[in-house]
Design a protein around this ligand. Structure first.
Ligand SMILES: Cc1cc2nc3c(=O)[nH]c(=O)nc-3n(C[C@H](O)[C@H](O)[C@H](O)COP(=O)(O)OP(=O)(O)OC[C@H]3O[C@@H](n4cnc5c(N)ncnc54)[C@H](O)[C@@H]3O)c2cc1C
Length: 213
């Protein structure tokens, strides 16, 4: 762990286990890439992310400004956050959140050719498992119009907040309720596209979204 990944406050929440970082990256569909833009100042852009072994993939249009900056070698910082619940203490001061959050630093590599094609398939597959096998393959033109970036998982920090409220004894002795409430997110019923032809059944990949894994 290098200096810029050294957490300053609440260091007891710091985790150095790569498996825990991978679990967060695999469970989270979006991340925020930061760039120190020389002309415009700092910019932070949300985007879909997918872990591929020792790197994080992102993809977008070859016309995208921020992606082109990353492709050109702009150093970046990627923040990935999962909100897991609320911690309700006996005072506002001690109340907090259950979370997992990672901050990664590095320079992205641009993937090309077959590697870009495979990465795009992996992105489709991870974001909606089973979908890649249900739809046509991407055309060469579509792949060429897409920029695929890979950020190495090399320099990173991870904080996990999963404890109970940490109230002082005088508050514990009082009458206020304390505890935590997990945040559960789930997909709702699928909404067919307005132009969906009648008689097309819900594909298994979409059916599975609604069922607990
Ligand atoms: C959940 C989520 C998932 C996404 N997934 C992808 C993805 O996989 N691939 C992809 O290419 N894009 C994705 N986007 C969109 C992405 O955030 C950018 O908007 C997009 O990449 C186009 O960027 P650009 O080149 O136009 O932005 P730039 O030209 O680099 O940005 C110029 C300015 O536009 C504004 N801006 C750009 N994007 C946003 C935004 N999302 N919200 C508010 N202001 C913005 C900012 O002010 C920025 O300074 C996702 C967004 C969200 C919220």
């Amino acid at each position: 762990v290098r200096d810029r990944t050294r957490v300053t406050r609440l260091r007891q929440k710091v985790r150095e286990d790569r498996a825990e970082l991978d679990a967060l990256l695999d469970a989270t569909r979006i991340g925020h890439f930061g760039i120190a833009d020389a002309d415009r100042g700092p910019v932070v852009i949300p985007t879909a992310i997918v872990r591929d072994g020792d790197r994080v993939l992102a993809h977008g249009s070859t016309g995208s400004r921020w992606m082109r900056q990353l492709a050109a070698g702009a150093p970046t910082c990627l923040a990935v956050t999962a909100l897991d619940g609320l911690v309700i203490a006996r005072s506002a001061f001690e109340s907090s959140m259950h979370y997992r959050s990672a901050v990664l630093f590095g320079v992205c590599e641009t993937l090309g050719g077959d590697e870009a094609g495979h990465a795009l398939e992996l992105i489709t597959e991870r974001l909606l498992p089973g979908r890649a096998g249900e739809i046509r393959a991407s055309t060469d033109r579509e792949i060429r119009a897409t920029l695929v970036l890979a950020l190495p998982i090399d320099e990173w920090s991870l904080k996990v907040s999963d404890g109970g409220p940490d109230d002082p004894p005088e508050d514990v002795a009082g009458d206020a309720w304390a505890g935590s409430v997990p945040l559960v997110t789930s997909f709702g019923p699928p909404v067919p596209a307005p132009d969906l032809r009648p008689g097309i059944a819900l594909p298994p990949s979409v059916q599975r979204l609604g069922s607990p894994s």
